[in-house]
Design a protein around this ligand. Structure first.
Ligand SMILES: Nc1ncnc2c1ncn2[C@@H]1O[C@H](COP(=O)(O)OP(=O)(O)OP(=O)(O)O)[C@@H](O)[C@H]1O
Length: 521
């Protein structure tokens, strides 16, 4: 109750600070974009009326959900179903100083998908076994069955499908430290022969054929010369192009589905047994319930991107092994992490000790430094995405896919028992003004709080209220156990520096006293 009134009084304060006369609202219904200006007071029924005026009176029967889009890449979506929801997003918009809001109008789902659209430049060479297995159309094939082989496509890493939907504009690191990430992660840097040799990044506009990874050519339209893509940097880890083929994991072509390992917001994760080489992988199956041109495009991007992520090879990164599409599923193959997630560890055994938190933090940071040096942003650091091996070490999983999966599955917040990402999101992402790697550092701070207390800052709040507080409060709210050391507190505080430019980078933090002194108190 007290929390609720706290939220309301914060909202009132924001309303008192700024009172713009009206609000420009932009709607997107299946790619048909229309806008109007709403004057105050803005109510849910006004919003619905505006939608009807713009798209016709019959829209109310076809629209299933309204989502408000936040962050520069619109990856953050809040459901709007009544006046309270609308008031919350209006409060966040005002706190951001914004007089515009973007809404996605989601149509009612089409019940049956009968056909999937083929991918261009399909390259199935050497990977699909035609053993006559037929997709039985089941939602999830029973454990122990041979996986369906009736696939429309296996995306080759030579496909053209890695273009960013926004055109892939990358901003020089030296200017503002921001650049694109998971979803459009390929960028250009000077060819150095060493993955650790960091140079200022050029502005690169990716072309449709910019990510020819397995072949010898990398085509990037750039205003700078002598530059290669991230793929090239990653390729330098292998001594020659032939070796690249060897060290890049292949999507299994003959495999059996094992037991379910877990469930996330987008689908279920199963064990996967590769019949040909006897290895075990994890497979995330994302049901495709609806197909339209946007979803098809997002799937193509995701497939291309995962084929690039496959080349990220680091002891602290869960390796992607490829992606396959069937009529009913998008299936992502990953390295199997037998220990499950740190989230499950916390749920099973309670908050972690400071010593274990320190060890995990160092390992997470090592993985982040690698990703950031290779111009990738994880975007979704939280305990649910930190996976454990059986020796008690961890790796970063699930990087780069969240934005695409949200678009593909048309979801806003997870609806299947998971706890979402709102509480871990950096303020600049919600405000939509900067999109850089230090967002991962903020999320790391939230993740450390989660490890030590079982939940992130603002854990007692609903996601929408948490977002509001992240944006409007100077400091996140959390309470650490009393015995947590000063260096740990300082480390968390530093990660949770609200000002993006004052927040340290992952590599700045690697020598922080919290991580150096294993036995500090
Ligand atoms: N590579 C893996 N190896 C072993 N288990 C895994 C692997 N990836 C996921 N899991 C298990 O499946 C569960 C669900 O994972 P998934 O990535 O779908 O969702 P999540 O990370 O929990 O939540 P969200 O969907 O919000 O990211 C995890 O909690 C974990 O137990």
């Amino acid at each position: 109750m007290a929390e609720q009134s706290n939220v309301e009084s914060n909202q009132q304060q924001v309303f008192q600070r700024k009172k713009p006369a009206g609000l420009t609202v932009k709607f997107d219904l299946d790619g048909l974009v229309r806008a109007c200006c709403l004057s105050k007071p803005i109510t849910y029924s006004n919003l619905l009326k505006c939608i009807q005026d713009l798209y016709g009176s019959r829209t109310s029967t076809t629209i299933n959900r309204i989502q408000c889009l936040f962050s520069r890449d619109n990856a953050f979506r809040l459901p709007i179903a009544n006046d309270d929801d609308l008031n919350n997003v209006l409060a966040i918009a005002e706190a951001n100083g914004s007089t515009k809001l973007n809404f996605l109008l989601i149509k009612k789902k089409i019940k049956k998908v009968s056909r999937i659209m083929p991918i261009e430049n399909n390259d199935d060479s050497g990977s699909v076994s035609d053993d006559g297995q037929v997709d039985n159309g089941c939602e999830s094939p029973p454990p122990g069955t041979i996986a369906p082989q009736k696939r429309l496509s296996k995306v080759s890493i030579t496909s053209k499908s890695t273009t960013s939907s926004d055109g892939g504009i990358f901003i020089p690191e030296s200017i503002d430290d921001t650049y694109s990430s998971g979803g459009s992660s390929v960028t250009s840097r000077e060819s150095s022969g060493s993955e650790h040799n960091s140079r200022p990044m050029p502005i690169v506009k990716r072309t449709a054929s910019s990510s020819n990874v397995s072949g010898s050519s990398v085509i990037i339209s750039s205003s700078y010369s002598s530059q290669t893509s991230t793929n090239d940097i990653l390729r330098t880890q292998c001594s020659c192009s032939a070796h690249v083929e060897k060290c890049t994991p292949q999507t299994p072509s003959n495999w059996k589905l094992g037991r379910q390992l877990g469930q996330g917001a987008f689908g279920k994760v199963f064990l996967c047994y590769d019949v040909d080489n006897g290895s075990e992988l994890a497979i995330k199956q994302i049901p495709i319930r609806e197909i339209n041109s946007d979803i098809t495009r997002e799937m193509k991007f995701l497939e291309g991107e995962i084929n690039i992520y496959k080349q990220l090879d680091h002891e602290r990164i869960v390796r992607y092994h490829g992606v396959l599409r069937t009529d009913d599923y998008l299936q992502i193959f990953m390295e199997y992490m037998a220990g499950g997630s740190v989230r499950e560890q916390i749920l099973n055994y309670g908050a972690l000790t400071e010593q274990l938190t320190r060890k995990y933090t160092k390992q997470i940071l090592t993985g982040l430094v690698y990703l950031h040096e290779n111009r990738f942003i994880h975007r979704d650091i939280k305990c649910a995405n930190i996976l454990r091996d059986i020796s008690g070490n961890i790796k970063l999983g699930d990087f780069g896919t969240s934005k695409r999966l949200i678009a593909i599955t048309n979801q806003n917040q997870p609806d299947s028992g998971t706890i979402g990402t709102a509480h871990w999101t950096a303020p600049e992402i919600i405000q939509g003004n900067i999109f850089g790697r230090k967002a991962d550092v903020w999320s790391l701070g939230c993740t450390i709080v989660e490890m030590l207390t079982t939940g992130p800052p603002w854990q007692h709040l609903q996601p929408i209220a948490a977002i509001f507080h992240i944006v409007t409060c100077n400091k996140p709210e959390y309470k650490l156990p009393e015995n947590v050391s000063k260096s740990a507190r300082e480390f968390i505080d530093t990660c949770l520096t609200k000002d993006y430019y004052r927040r340290p980078s992952a590599s700045d933090l690697i020598n922080h006293p919290f991580l150096c002194d294993l036995f500090s108190s």
